[in-house]
Design a protein around this ligand. Sequence first.
Ligand code: EPZ
Length: 418
Amino acid sequence: MDYIIEGGHKLDGEISVYGAKNCALALLGATILTDDEVVLTNCPQIVDVENMLQLLKSIGKKVWRVGDVVGVAGALSTTNVTTPVATLIRGSILILGSVLARYGNVQLPLPGGCAIGSRPIDIHLDGLRAMGVAVNQGLTDVVCCGVPQSTTYKLRFASVGATQNLICASVFSKGKTVLKNCAIEPEIVALERLLVSMGAKISGIGCSTVTIEGVQRLHTATAKVIPDRIVTATYLSAVVCAKGELVVENCNPRHLRSFLQLISSNFPTKIYNHAIAIEVSDRAKSYGFVRTAPYPFFPTDMQSLLLSMACFARGSTCIKENLFENRLSHNVKQLNLMGAKIAHHANTAIVDGVNGLIGTQVSAMDLRGGAGLVVAGLGAQGTTIVRDVSHIQRGYINLAESLSSVGANITILNQSAN
Ligand code: EPZ
């Protein structure tokens, strides 16, 4: 499937953000910790989330969905995950800690997800070993055995997924588990809050040191999936590239401070509790030197959006991708095909802003990279064809339709252009 984008149409209007894929995946993983029903509201209907629900069903969970509300209940019928959907999403690894905490053993295929780097799971497994779990990682799967015991463990890097898994793994461990150098992304805070509302005893919520005191059981709870900060940034990038006036609603501006700093130093921006209004009538000056790093610093998931925005700036921007080794180079090549001036060495790109990009055929290689190409196409002269947008659909609800509702001109071509 391709997007055909006629560039040069200004955006104007209000656009709404939905629940975050990466929050939903983590909360769904935690539903395994109880047989009681856990209800998630604002749960986005996107491919990766549906695959996660499929995975939960395949191991015995009862799952229902009415619109954006999802309920998950019941015990697992097996701890041996065999469904092929587990290999399609990265989120499948997020059941590891919960299954172990509840059942003391698990067999899981190695996770899939975007081809943005080697994405090892050594921190997840090292943390579990520190909790006394026997871990065996094979070429295609991982087998773990043993009930996690309380311990003090320092993650060698603040990995989002490993933090989520290790917190879930320790909710029933007798005594106190202390996890140090935890990631503090908003999606982790949302998970910690859900666990507390299920009866877990967690202190240090949102902090890099988290203490979990084991409890005997968890119970039913309801949680709202937080607004997707990457989708919020995508809409803002779209108007930066295409120009116009946009109000992005149902978002949480506090979750994207580092991104908003760059935007608001270049364009008139009003920040409300749950909305951001932006007016773009000119090119940005430049975005300076931006390095990706764990929260609260500039997120790797917004790097390709920034790369596209930087192409339209007057000055030079330097971007260093520090998390995923394959995340920069593909879009650099694609944007240069559109007339961008990006010099690139290893994980650093130096973008010299140009007067305008020219539409051509480009291809999406991963979810966020694909979104970066779409926003570039909105600002380019002429027609941009973004191929392989199925990557984009893994993490966005109807991106083309949403942007079209505020003035973009995007046609969806179901059969790929040759
Ligand atoms: C989560 O991935 C997100 N995915 C990613 O979103 C996001 O890019 C990433 O966090 C960073 O913010 C989900 O939440 C499902 P990490 P995760 O473990 O948990 C290294 C998107 O587009 N590392 O924080 O896999 C790793 O290689 C995606 O929505 C190890 O070395 O990310 C990377 O360099 C893609 N060993 C860094 O840590 C490990 O055991 C951060 O990875 C784990 C990670």
